[in-house]
Design a protein around this ligand. Structure first.
Ligand code: AHR
Length: 507
């Protein structure tokens, strides 16, 4: 298929694309943890977003908002990272346990200087995970915390009995330990987590992680604080100096216009900005490949997971909101960043074992926005909800031929993105995104040896790429039934409208 210059885009017509799925070649499982979330003490992510406290007028269960709890259950959140982010390396967990009135306050230096009252701490977080049925992923403090503090936190959360920390936990009302699998040893240790050099951090990782013990049948999956996007040297040094002492190494990649100056509005953007965003988001693939090539050198059996534990869009804060709280709206453009990025993650599911979009509520590319007692689900939420059929399903390789455009910064963007999987019941799900803003796609979708008998689907689209859900109009961008796919002699013919995301279920 052709390579069109975006600048010279001519007449609007239907484009053609072909997709060949290979069900017989499916062998890797798409870890459900790729659909992970992230909740930091930042702005109104925790306070107001997830937690309002037992005495709030907002309907709640033990202090957690009922509307948000239900939305998160519907989303099948597999894992939730907490308490940061940058906040993690200034967080002292003992300030967040015991009677709330005795908990000390602190200033959240990273995020707007907000006063943190520590009313949401270890118990509140781990109980939330139990309520929504997800695994907790704790980020430990290496930057400003001690080895002893980290070791005691693990003991407090996971040891059954007999230990001083288990006794303290019981005094604080929790008899049984929680199950905590994922444990991060620091966050962004090259930056807000301590401004370290990789060699120094590698040694600290070895030291801190030595004392993070496995208690009473709980087995920690320890994750080293990894690189930021293009910093391949960080990955190299950690792989060399830490190696198999870590079960996972993290990576952060944001779809962002740059770290200084304006990052652009979340809602006011041109078509050119939109296509640039698609190019920047897809650049995660070559970045991942370079990090994974380094990992392959030291770990050819792929025993160490790559955990992209922060990703997503980062725009200017909404006008009128508090500086440093990273509150941004979320449009259909953000939904495309979600679908395209998840499609990429699926391809490398043999190495990528977890990812955590930043963040779950009211911060950056969130799932949920709240204002007092109101809640809206963002377009990104809807992508995660539609895509949940891929969690723990078998990844099915595919080839895709479609139009491509050269966009700003000379990146090449295919106009169609696709991914396919087969679930435990044998159902095949194919997700398709038509990135093109004007033209529909006429897609021939072949399923190899599988002969399709019937197909159903759901579609996410809107009149404009900048459309979003507000508290006044919460359903502007929401999934609807899709009838544009037809079975034709065992294959499928799909007409994918411009700027639409579709998930098909094939029997
Ligand atoms: O997600 C917001 C921030 O981005 C996190 O706190 C930090 O780890 C990253 O720089």
């Amino acid at each position: 298929m052709g390579l069109a210059l975006f600048a010279a885009m001519p007449v609007f017509a239907q484009q053609k694309a072909t997709i060949n799925v290979h069900p017989g070649q499916g062998k890797e499982i798409i870890s459900k943890h790729i659909y992970g979330q992230f909740a930091e003490h930042l702005g109104t992510c925790i306070y107001g977003g997830l937690w309002v406290g037992e005495d709030s007028k907002i309907p709640n269960t033990q202090g957690y908002r009922n509307d948000v709890l239900q939305a998160l259950k519907d989303l099948k959140v597999p894992v939730l990272r907490w308490p940061g982010g940058c906040f993690a390396d200034e967080y002292h967990w003992m300030d967040g346990i015991g009677p709330k009135e005795n908990r000390p306050r602190m200033v959240n230096n990273n995020w707007g200087g907000t006063v943190e009252d520590n009313s949401f701490g270890t118990h509140e977080f781990l109980n939330l995970c139990e309520l929504i049925g997800c695994e907790p992923y704790i980020s430990g403090n290496v930057g400003s915390g001690s080895v002893e503090e980290m070791a005691k936190w693990v003991e407090y959360m996971t040891s059954e009995q007999g230990s001083p920390m288990a006794k303290l936990r019981k005094e604080n009302g929790r008899e049984k330990p929680w199950k905590v699998k994922f444990f991060g040893v620091g966050n962004e240790s090259w930056g807000c987590g301590g401004s370290m050099r990789p060699e120094y951090y590698a040694d600290l990782y070895r030291r801190y992680s030595t004392y993070c013990r496995n208690y009473d049948g709980n087995h920690l999956f320890k994750i080293a604080s990894g690189a930021s996007d293009y910093d391949y040297n960080w990955t190299e040094i950690l792989m060399k100096n830490i190696g198999h002492r870590m079960a996972g190494i993290s990576l952060h990649y944001y779809t962002v216009m740059g770290w200084s100056g304006s990052k652009g509005s979340a809602t006011q953007f041109t078509d050119d900005d939109y296509y640039w965003t698609m190019g920047k988001c897809l650049e995660i693939e070559p970045v991942l490949k370079k990090h994974m090539a380094i990992m392959d050198k030291y770990d050819p059996k792929k025993q160490i997971g790559l955990m992209v534990d922060e990703w997503g869009t980062w725009w200017d804060e909404e006008p009128g909101t508090i500086r440093g709280h990273l509150y941004q709206q979320n449009t259909l453009r953000d939904a495309f960043v979600a679908s395209l990025t998840l499609d990429v993650f699926h391809k490398y599911t043999d190495r990528i074992k977890m990812t955590n979009i930043a963040q779950i509520a009211n911060v950056l590319q969130s799932m949920i926005l709240t204002k007092d007692d109101k809640m809206v689900l963002t377009p990104t939420y809807h992508v995660f909800e539609m895509y949940k059929v891929h969690q723990d399903a078998t990844y099915l390789p595919l080839e895709l031929n479609c139009e491509r455009k050269i966009v700003r910064d000379n990146r090449i963007v295919p106009m169609v993105s696709a991914t396919a999987s087969r679930d435990a019941n044998g159902l095949i799900h194919v997700s398709l995104s038509n990135v093109d803003l004007q033209e529909s796609q006429d897609i021939e979708l072949n399923l190899g040896e599988v002969k399709a008998r019937s197909v159903t689907g759901r579609i996410l689209t809107a009149d404009n790429i900048g459309d979003y859900n507000s508290f006044e109009r919460p359903n502007v961008v929401a999934p609807k039934g899709f009838t544009g796919a037809k079975v034709n002699k065992g294959s499928l013919k799909v007409t994918l409208p411009a700027k639409s995301i579709v998930v098909l279920e094939v029997k």
